[in-house]
Design a protein around this ligand. Sequence first.
Ligand code: NAD
Ligand code: TYD
Length: 355
Amino acid sequence: MILVTGGAGFIGANFVLDWLATRDEPVLTLDKLTYAGNLQNLAALAGDPRHVFVQGDICDRALVEGLLARHRPRALVHFAAESHVDRSIHGPEAFIRTNVEGTFTLLEAARAYWSTLSDVESAAFRFHHVSTDEVYGSLAPDAAPFTETHPCLPNSPYSASKAASDHLARAWFHTYGLPVLTSHCSNNYGPFHFPEKLIPLLIVNACAQKPLPLYGDGLQVRDWLYVGDHCAAIRRILDAGRPGETYNIGGWNEMTNLAIVEQVCALLDALAPRADGIAYATQIVHVTDRPGHDRRYAIDARKIERELGWRPAETFASGLEKTVRWYLTHADWVKNTQSGSYRDWVLKQYGEGAT
Ligand code: NAD
Ligand code: TYD
């Protein structure tokens, strides 16, 4: 079996669902169920004997050691993290705890477990550390996209905490020989994306006839990848990646935030037009920019294509349409995410009038 941390969050849940849809190898999911974790994301697996869920903290060394000893996974895929840049600006402490201390705890527990394996098992064991393109920092408009050798220049508390965890993962490979793989992915979108991140926030706010907030001039650039493609890339790296290597994963799809909001609005105008016939784009508002806002991220994903034969299957148009349709047909899921703590966050970040 494989152990997946953070499997009740956005990407982790997509990964667990895709894994069990395409493979017959059981999954043990370890997730603390923070505000971003949601067991509803894994509801399709209820009663499936191939899936075990444990609610717990990756910082709990005894718990992690016990799970490794009892379930004896052949790989650990590490998604669990605090993942929202804006929250890291308001409260960085949780990011240091989960992203840095939590990764350290997992690496240490995995190392102890790995040292007990037979030669064949230890050679086959993999620790996949899921990281982000944000650790590379911000690119000038005309600069070449990030390659795996780009210096690590994180600018937000979130990206700094992820960079710190990347360094730990790297050191555990070089010093102890733990078979670590690291991937750096660009911005994901798709089903189960918590509606505090840009694309789901736009869909949910548009349908509720609330403002569509664009930070600053809206001309910041991100590379966007459909979440199913990210999951396929991780499966491919687990199968054939070389321990100690890092792999960039991207969609070859750089877009400004303004272009994103325009496309989301155009799709909604076509799929779920407002009753009054007014275009959703009229709801766009420019709001105060994020402090230290990285201007541009772009991923050079040629290494994973060259070495492992992975390329994204979705175009942005096909992935975005799937995503918008998913949100339009999952109103209950959206409603359940909008608890009191969600409203508190929206108020803190966007002020009165946004809720
Ligand atoms: P998410 O915030 O949606 O989910 C994180 C999950 O981790 C949640 O289920 C949460 O309950 C769990 N978790 C948090 N702290 C925990 C702890 N201490 N112990 C156990 N579980 C804990 O995040 P996501 O968007 O799914 O991102 C998953 C991973 O992918 C993260 O490591 C993130 O840095 C990375 N990543 C995300 C993106 C993106 O666009 N979302 C892009 C590249 C990389
Ligand atoms: P986000 O989804 O938070 O991802 P990240 O900051 O990790 O890239 O934001 C994506 C982009 O959208 C980023 O440039 C910030 C911007 N943004 C807005 O303009 N308005 C918003 O309300 C949010 C949440 C993000």
